[in-house]
Design a protein around this ligand. Structure first.
Ligand SMILES: [Fe+2]
Length: 154
């Protein structure tokens, strides 16, 4: 039996300095590593400063988070994510991110969308991969970082 090499997909490598960090305000940063819109996949990396909050949100799909440096938590829980922490967020989970140390770097691998909730629990807005790609690209271009070479698939 022969395995035909031309049909084998190739791995895609992105070096640490090959995707720019877009400034999202207050020294907080974002980069979008990959999006596969039909699968609902989007993978982002953030650098947050102490005091940065992410609006309370509900995930429609599962999320995996890995913390590279610093410290952050969800206001609803006592545990703290630090360097090396692994976090699994099931579909349907609801929480409010709070950064508690400067230069906190964290990576999120998400499926589905984030339903951003107001204080009454109503959906105020939706965050997804396609919207994040558009926003990230626009911020990079506006900030003189060029057009980012995000890994984009179906
Ligand atoms: Fe989340």
């Amino acid at each position: 039996m022969t395995i035909t090499a031309p049909t084998a997909p190739e791995a895609v490598h992105v070096g640490a300095d090959e995707l720019p960090w877009a400034d999202i305000g207050g020294g907080n940063k974002l980069r979008l590593l990959q999006i596969r819109e039909k699968e609902g996949l989007w993978i982002v990396e953030n650098i947050f400063q102490k005091g940065f909050d992410v609006q309370t949100h509900k995930h429609t799909g599962p999320v995996w988070g890995y913390t590279v440096s610093g410290a952050w938590k969800y206001k609803e829980y006592d545990y703290v994510n630090r360097a090396g922490s692994f976090l699994y967020e099931p579909a349907g989970s609801v929480h409010t991110l709070e950064c508690i140390e400067d230069d906190t770097q964290v990576w999120f691998h998400m499926y589905g969308v984030n339903l951003n909730l107001d204080e009454e629990g109503n959906v105020a807005s939706v965050s997804d991969g396609a919207g994040t790609l558009a926003a990230y690209t626009a911020m990079c271009e506006a900030q003189g970082l060029g057009t980012p070479n995000v890994v984009i698939g179906d």
